[in-house]
Ligand binder design. Structure first.
Ligand SMILES: NC(=O)c1ccc[n+]([C@@H]2O[C@H](COP(=O)([O-])OP(=O)(O)OC[C@H]3O[C@@H](n4cnc5c(N)ncnc54)[C@H](OP(=O)(O)O)[C@@H]3O)[C@@H](O)[C@H]2O)c1
Length: 279
């Protein structure tokens, strides 16, 4: 049984992870910033850019493990939340000797050299990718840390951010383009949360790719989820290659995670098939 602090407990991933972790025998605390999701364990307001507030919270809780999720690709302050916030969390984690598990992304790659192993050096093409690549370098200053590089996260209980945005735009007849030249390994929320919790009990340090086994284009993935959520208005939908600063083929190699962790990492088709078999 460990004391675990989850930063960004109010995030899409965090809310699921806090609930799963609370059902285990760990003692869980989470932080939130603008949205308190009122989860079944204690939440703490925290701006991770505030060094003193971060130290105060971490010193008072004395967590053995910190799972750092806060700071995503959303919000105008995104880059400073990711860089400054990760720095504050990393230094405080080191001071209290807590293991740090950090969530990174396949968007740190340009996408012209897939599939990417854990040894691949980041080649970011946009502000989010640059900030997350810097955050990885910051976390690596903590000897007892693990960096999870993951891909698009989706759940079959709650729409992911991307599908929610598409469904709202399509309902209003606004144009939506699905990219046919961007490849990802989307990961099912349940497998990702289980893999993160497995990693809390594992001595692994360094970078670890944790993603779904099926690589597919963002267009194919989006269509599968629109079908699943029965989003029908599609007249303003187009499928085309992206232009501009987007990571292209970011497929991640999964041989290491398959050897290190037991948690299965099914691909999208397998997850949807399992769901339809059950219902
Ligand atoms: N979603 C994906 O497909 C995906 C893919 C790859 C990697 N990831 C990584 O997974 C993690 C979670 O992603 P997500 O999409 O689930 O996140 P999200 O739903 O966009 O939530 C972002 C989180 O950051 C918190 N936050 C923002 N500014 C903050 C600040 N100044 N201080 C403290 N907390 C702050 C938010 O708190 P409030 O809401 O309370 O303000 C929220 O908990 C991120 O590290 C992301 O990079 C996500």
């Amino acid at each position: 049984m460990s004391r675990i602090l989850i930063t960004g407990g109010s995030s899409y991933l965090g809310q699921h992870l806090v609930q799963l972790a609370s059902a285990s025998c760990h003692t869980i605390h989470y932080s939130y910033h603008q949205n308190n999701p009122s989860l079944p364990v204690q939440g703490h307001w925290l701006d991770i850019r505030d060094e003193t507030a971060v130290r105060d919270l971490i010193f008072s809780l004395q967590p053995e493990i910190i799972i750092h999720l806060a700071g995503s690709n959303r919000g105008s302050e995104m880059a400073s939340v990711i860089r400054q916030g990760t720095g504050n969390i990393m230094w405080a984690a080191r001071e209290v000797d807590a293991r740090l598990i950090h969530l990174s992304t396949d968007s740190i790659f340009r996408g012209d050299a897939a599939p990417y192993a854990e040894t691949a050096v980041p080649t970011p093409v946009n502000a989010y990718g640059r900030a997350k690549a810097d955050a990885e370098a910051i976390v690596q200053q903590h000897p007892n840390s693990a960096i999870i590089r993951t891909s698009l996260i989706y759940s079959l209980q709650e729409m992911d951010h991307g599908t929610r945005w598409m469904a709202a735009a399509l309902a209003k007849g606004e144009p939506v383009t699905l990219f046919s030249n961007q490849v990802r390994n989307p990961i099912w929320m349940d497998s990702l949360c289980q893999a993160i919790l497995e990693l809390t009990e594992h001595p692994y340090t360094g970078i670890l790719n944790i993603a779904g086994k099926q690589a597919l284009t963002r267009a194919d993935f989006a269509l599968k989820l629109l079908d699943f959520w029965q989003v029908h208005p599609r007249h303003s939908l187009t499928i085309a290659p992206s232009s501009g600063s987007w990571p292209l083929n970011c497929e991640l190699r999964l041989d290491r995670v398959t050897a290190v962790l037991q948690t299965p990492l099914p691909g999208v088709d397998q997850v949807l098939q399992q769901f339809s078999n059950k219902n």
